[in-house]
Design a protein around this ligand. Structure first.
Ligand code: ADP
Length: 457
């Protein structure tokens, strides 16, 4: 069997740091099964020439990490990846800003990734590159003579060509993507956006089969692979954790009120200010909820080097303070806002204990928290999920209470509906959702992608 070489910007290094982020959580679960090499940035920057990769083995996974030039990191990561591509892919052009030096650093870092990965590669490896930070990697590897199968998976949405054209040099991204054998997206809609983009740029010569195309002389497979979770793993962790002392203490602190839970990276795409306003609207419209609910929101800061992320952090701190100041009673604080990462164990236990899960991003490639919330539930007494229609997870989890995250009043009504939902209905919705999660779990995601890549190559 060929060895899997997974490449992503960050590696969830075994020596430290929690994996907060869908990519890290999903990829680790995928690699755990058959092992392989995971290559990427280790989280450190250097002033001089970055040295050879540092290699650590844990179980059946080898982690190879490199440093990045201090000077390039800012423009490649904060700049091109998170000020250009992230807002563009999430249709949030108000946050988009372009500078030539961002683009140059992005190219240099992808070239560095290729040079450092090259000596580690074996002839029969199959290479799986992840996410928007590394779109040019296959083109760089091909230029260096690598003929191995190379697949790409985009964890975020792929924008419509009219939006993509906002980005100067967008055509290079399309050209670079064609060097992969398989280009995987979260949904069929993303696939359509990509192939339509190729077609409108005159880069699509033929459709060979339903998901195979000829573009610029290469044959490519373009297909949806919606990412899933380790359903049994989450279920077991949640059950065990919910029975432990920490969760019991936390629930005691709620004094009989029901827990409404949000778990997100602190990111403007997650719709947190709108969600806070929805909770405030709920307290005003349905005053009886004041004696019934406590909203706990976890939001560990991310991408702190980007201004927009500093701004949203301040906005949320103010909003939480205002709402608590306005509504709190001596024995009740409406919002508990926790601004740091916590162990998965604790989060899964809380998810199981929460009567309502709130997942309301303004746009999301998938959203694993929604899936984790469902998997964490007690099948006999499940909670209700309030989910944004604009998260791609809503395609599979359409038995959730679906809301439009821009409609604050609609979200308040959604929370109210969830709070009053009879157990029977909660069970029916849970059954439909857990079946969808089982049909398409993390193993199915990995297996389908890698089989497609092996066949395509
Ligand atoms: P994104 O990839 O945009 O961050 P996802 O919802 O797809 O969004 O994935 C987030 C992942 O990070 C989930 O697996 C979630 O459990 C984890 N996570 C989110 N917040 C925290 C936190 N405060 N502490 C630890 N893990 C977190």
């Amino acid at each position: 069997m060929s060895r899997l070489v997974a490449v992503s910007n960050r590696v969830a290094h075994p020596k430290g740091g929690r994996a907060a982020g869908g990519l890290a959580v999903g990829l680790l679960a995928a690699l755990n099964e058959n092992g392989g090499l995971w290559f990427g940035w280790g989280g450190k920057t250097s002033h001089g020439q970055p040295s050879a990769p540092e290699i650590v083995r844990r179980g059946n996974i080898e982690y190879a990490t490199i440093d990045l030039y201090e000077a390039d990191f800012e423009d490649y990561y904060n700049g091109y990846s998170n000020i250009c591509l992230w807002p563009l892919c999430h249709y949030m052009l108000g946050f988009f800003r372009f500078e030539r030096r961002f683009q140059d650093a992005y190219k240099r870092v992808n070239n560095l990734f290729a040079r450092k990965l090259l000596p580690l590669l074996k002839d029969d490896d199959i290479i799986w590159v992840h996410d928007y930070h590394l779109i040019p990697l296959a083109a760089e590897l091909r230029r260096a003579g690598v003929a191995n199968p190379i697949g790409f998976f985009l964890h975020v949405p792929f924008p419509n060509i009219d939006v993509l054209r906002t980005l100067p040099g967008y055509i290079n991204l399309l050209r670079d993507l064609i060097h992969y054998d398989v280009i995987g997206f979260q949904t069929a809609n993303d696939c359509r956006n990509f192939t339509e983009g190729l077609s409108r740029e005159g880069m699509l010569q033929a459709k060979l089969e339903h998901d195979r195309f000829r573009s610029s002389g290469r044959e490519i497979t373009v297909a949806p692979f919606p990412i899933g979770i380790d359903v049994d793993g989450v279920m077991q962790m949640a059950e065990k954790s919910a029975a432990g002392a920490t969760i019991a203490r936390t629930l005691d602190g709620l004094a009989g009120r029901d827990l409404v839970l949000g778990v997100d990276r602190l990111d403007y795409s997650k719709g947190l200010p709108e969600r806070f306003r929805a909770f405030e609207t709920l307290l005003v419209r349905y005053p009886e909820t004041r004696s019934r609910l406590v909203y706990m929101q976890f939001a560990p800061p991310s991408r702190t080097g980007v201004r927009a992320y500093q701004d949203i952090r301040e906005e949320l701190e103010r909003a939480a303070g205002n709402i608590n100041g306005r509504f709190a009673e001596p024995d009740w604080i409406p919002i508990r806002y926790l601004n740091r990462g916590f162990s998965r164990n604790m989060l899964m236990g809380l998810m199981r204990s929460a009567k309502i899960g709130l997942v309301t991003p303004l746009r999301d490639g998938m959203n694993l928290v929604a899936k984790e919330y469902v998997a964490a539930q007690d099948p006999k007494l499940p909670g209700a999920l309030v989910l944004s229609r604009l998260a791609c997870a809503a395609a599979e989890l359409d038995a959730a209470v679906l809301v439009n995250p821009f409609d604050v009043e609609g979200m308040a009504d959604g929370i109210q509906q969830a709070a009053n939902m009879p157990v029977k209905e909660r069970r029916e919705r849970y059954e439909a959702m857990i079946q969808a999660l089982r049909r398409n779990d993390i193993d199915a995601w990995r297996t389908r992608f890698l089989e497609t890549l092996e066949n395509a190559a």
